[in-house]
Design a protein around this ligand. Structure first.
Ligand code: ADP
Ligand code: CDP
Length: 195
């Protein structure tokens, strides 16, 4: 049976970094599900039609990692029809052999409720804003405002809000270096693989 890892958490908490580290280590497939919502937001027009017709090339747009694309993503992500249009693709991705890591907001709660391991990654707001600001060459204070706005919208929406699954393992990366956070996650996966 394929081994599915669900990683959720607020913006810039380190989900993608951990997902890539786990995928590299265990040779699993990796899907950054935020890219789906970023692409829908960036395409403009009717977001439901964009989600229903999303193509692999849409995920390669060079502008998807910008702060603006993140904000647009969190707006289209409140629409239940947009979310519904993206479910099948994510669930098919999740059951590939030998395993798959998906990171997002609702992977452990909605997309893969039966995942073998669910991680909920956090870090304090200032730390997340500083990390994302450094990554994008942006102002940390402005980034803090944007991340808080996005997290608030993601947590407040009616459909698939940002929250930890009941059986998620919480990982606070505030005081952790990338290598230490990755090592901790690898230990958690290893324990489930051998259980
Ligand atoms: N434990 C960590 N310590 C320092 N920087 C980190 C850590 N984890 C992630 N980062 C950096 O923070 C930024 C956001 O991480 P990322 O994995 O993209 O977060 P997310 O996928 O949750 O948005 C990236 O620039 C990444 O290199
Ligand atoms: N599974 C997911 C993934 C992302 N999203 C939305 O897409 C936005 C961008 O997600 P992302 O994971 O690329 O954002 P970062 O955490 O990388 O900043 C989020 O703020 C959510 O609104 C979602 O609703 N569900």
């Amino acid at each position: 049976m394929p081994f599915t890892i669900a990683i959720d958490g607020p913006a810039a908490s380190g989900k993608g970094t951990l997902a890539r580290a786990l995928a590299d280590h265990f040779r699993f497939h990796h899907l950054d599900t935020g890219l789906l919502y970023r692409a829908v937001g960036a395409l403009g027009g009717d977001p439901v039609a964009a989600a229903e017709n999303l193509s692999p090339q849409d995920l390669l747009r060079p502008d998807l990692r910008t702060a603006e694309a993140g904000q647009a993503a969190s707006r289209v992500a409140t629409d239940p029809q947009v979310r519904a249009a993206l479910v099948d693709f994510q669930r098919r991705f999740a059951v590939q052999e030998p395993g798959a890591v998906l990171d997002g907001r609702d992977i452990g709660t909605v997309i893969c409720p039966d995942a073998a391991l669910k991680l909920y990654v956090t870090a304090d707001d200032q730390t997340r804003a500083a990390r994302r600001a450094a990554e994008l060459g942006a102002d940390p204070a402005e980034m803090l405002v944007q991340l808080r706005e996005r997290d608030a919208r993601d947590a407040a929406r009616a459909t698939a809000p940002l929250r930890p699954a009941e059986d998620a393992v919480l990982l606070d990366t505030t005081a952790m270096r990338i290598e230490d956070a990755a090592a901790a996650a690898i230990v958690l996966v290893q324990a489930r693989l051998t259980a």
